[in-house]
Ligand binder design. Structure first.
Ligand SMILES: NC(=O)c1ccc[n+]([C@@H]2O[C@H](COP(=O)([O-])OP(=O)(O)OC[C@H]3O[C@@H](n4cnc5c(N)ncnc54)[C@H](O)[C@@H]3O)[C@@H](O)[C@H]2O)c1
Length: 244
């Protein structure tokens, strides 16, 4: 990876955001980690190459203030990874409207707000955005339709922004992970037994026979930040789920 890149990872307190921030730091990048969970960000504080901020990505004032802090500290933003997100399990018959609104607010509006706030910096740096879509955005599945729809929205935002921002030299890509073992499902209120059975059921449908590890997704996110002639891709990282 090119040395000395500077950027922001949202959802850096946990799961794929944390694994990506760790890998970027190993590659010599400076990383500002944003998350609504302050406790989970402690691992990022007190290091010269890191900054941590408690930010709710749905709150424009918090996002603007955190963007200003990064500018003040490091003066530029080369990359943005939009990993903050939530999952909702529920059929059409049971899903609650408030949950649907919250899901779209975080997964779709949050991704938009953060990217918009950092856009002048990304344009100035001819930088890169990597969004988190999902394999369920590409292939229909039962019991998580609204989550899948929010991730399909992220996939299409990725393609549209890639076209819109290409004249400015800004690349926009997404990864579409398959089921990966992270606290995402616990955060959605699923207990350990339900999560394990959900992931086992999913694993049985994955051609490569297992769920993913956060580092396996993080590797492709860093690759998409670094590759300078790739834009508008929604890359499945899913053990073959999307082609089965
Ligand atoms: N784990 C999977 O199987 C999987 C598969 C496909 C896509 N994804 C996507 O990857 C992304 C990361 O998920 P994960 O698996 O690492 O889950 P995770 O729960 O481990 O991490 C998500 C992080 O986002 C943060 N977050 C939630 N709401 C926020 C808000 N309003 N503002 C700021 N931060 C907020 C959470 O506090 C958490 O730290 C999500 O967008 C998820 O939809 C995950």
């Amino acid at each position: 990876m090119r040395p000395d890149l500077v950027g922001v990872v949202t959802g850096a307190a946990s799961g794929l955001g944390r694994a990506t921030a760790e890998l970027l730091l190993e590659h010599g990048a400076r990383v500002a980690g944003w998350d609504v969970s302050g406790d989970g960000l402690e691992w990022l504080s007190d290091r010269g190459t890191t900054r941590a901020a408690v930010v709710d990505v749905t709150d424009p004032a918090q996002v603007a203030a955190a963007a200003e802090q990064v500018r003040g500290a490091w003066g530029r933003v080369d990359f943005l990874v939009n990993s903050a997100g939530v999952f909702v399990l529920g059929s059409l018959a049971d899903v609650e409207v408030a949950e649907v609104r919250r899901l779209f607010d975080i997964n779709v509006t949050g991704t938009t707000l953060v990217t918009q706030a950092l856009l002048p910096d990304l344009v100035a740096a001819r930088g890169a955005v990597v969004n988190l879509s999902s394999t369920v955005a590409l292939k229909p599945s039962v019991s998580n339709a609204h989550y899948a729809a929010s991730k399909a929205a992220v996939a299409q935002l990725t393609r549209c922004w890639a076209l819109e921002l290409a004249p400015h030299g800004v690349r926009v890509n997404a990864v579409a992970p398959g089921p990966t073992s992270t606290p995402l499902f616990a955060a959605a209120g699923m207990d350990l037994a339900t999560t394990e059975s959900f992931l086992a059921q999913r694993a049985a449908t994955i051609p490569l026979g297992r769920t993913g590890e956060p580092t396996e997704v993080a590797r492709w996110i860093t690759r998409l930040i670094d590759d300078e002639w790739v834009t508008g891709h929604v890359l499945p990282v899913d053990g073959g789920t999307s082609i089965a």
